[in-house]
Design a protein around this ligand. Structure first.
Ligand code: FMN
Length: 284
């Protein structure tokens, strides 16, 4: 790998590609960008949350290294992100992946993203996981409220420095091997397709009036929202709640699932306090 960046001839060139429906993953991307700028690194952010942006192409050969940021949906990076990645060519570039998640399952995310990135000709040097308020808190859960918080952002700074060291090192050191999860990918595909429909209903305006700013329709990651009718297409909606989070009038909502919260905790043999105490982590 070239070392001219360190020698001050030109800045090291990094792209941060991320998907963020409700803002947690974007917060970590911003911390990484700020930290990198302290080290003579030129940073480009590329947001792939909307379908229009996922249709633009990135030439990875224009960059020295890549950060990818994804939320965890049903134990892995969201399907729309994996499908986008399947169309990319990593051009042998070094990369790192950071996830945000709501305090439940996350191990398969690291294993499966490594497999996918290597298939696409990227070299994965590190990964990280950050606590982030669970999307379903919009419907009454209380998982990882207020996260990412100051302690998570500190881990994000540390992660940036350690990853940059690996990006710039002469020798390639790839991230540790992750244990193969007990759930085959096909089983997770099924869970991702149907599970959340059992928990939450789809976002709706319930016939209420709104100013028709169209933001929910423009920002929907799968083009599922019909702003005029105030309903989503149940076939393609991924329940990311970007429409709810971005509605300036707060008129979009889903059903209240507060009564499933205790069951969720029991199913995972955990407590709200235990999740609150969880820490963000770096994997090298
Ligand atoms: C459909 C869906 C499935 C999710 N599955 C998980 C999961 O398996 N484990 C978990 O801890 N959090 C899960 N979450 C919560 C998100 O990972 C978490 O809130 C994330 O920080 C959201 O990122 P964003 O704000 O950048 O969109 C899920 C969220 C959604 C919308």
């Amino acid at each position: 790998m070239e070392n001219i960046a360190e020698e001050g001839i030109r800045p090291f060139n990094v792209i941060i590609v991320f998907f963020s429906a409700t803002g947690n993953t974007r917060k970590i991307a911003d911390v990484i960008e700020n930290k990198l700028s302290e080290f003579n690194v030129s940073v480009t952010q590329f947001d792939i949350s909307s379908p229009q942006d996922r249709n633009k192409s990135i030439s990875f050969s224009d960059y020295d290294a890549v950060f990818f940021g994804f939320p965890i949906y049903s134990l892995r990076a969201p399907r729309v992100c994996r499908e986008w990645l399947m169309r990319q060519n990593g051009e042998s570039k070094r990369c790192s992946v950071f996830f945000t998640y709501g305090g439940f399952g996350k191990e398969p995310a690291h294993y499966y993203i490594k497999e996918l990135l290597e298939e696409r000709n990227f070299s994965l040097v590190s990964t990280a996981e950050f606590l982030g308020a669970h999307t379903f808190n919009y419907s009454g859960w209380q998982a990882a409220q207020g996260r990412p918080g100051p302690s998570d952002l500190k881990v994000a700074e540390d992660y940036t420095i350690k990853t940059l060291e690996r990006f710039r090192a002469d020798d390639l050191i790839t991230v540790t091997d992750f244990e193969k999860p007990p759930f085959p990918a096909e089983q997770l595909d099924e869970a991702e397709k149907y599970r959340f429909h059992l928990i939450t209903q789809l976002p709706t305006r319930d016939g209420k009036e709104c100013c028709l700013c169209m933001q929910c329709e423009e920002l929907c990651p799968t083009g599922s929202m019909d702003a005029v009718r105030g309903v989503v297409n149940p076939e393609s909606c991924i329940a990311c709640f970007r429409c709810i989070a971005s509605c300036p009038e707060g008129v979009l909502h889903t059903n209240d699932i507060a009564n499933s919260w205790e069951n969720k905790l029991k199913m995972h043999n955990t407590t709200k306090e235990e999740i609150d105490r969880m820490e963000s982590r770096i994997f090298l």
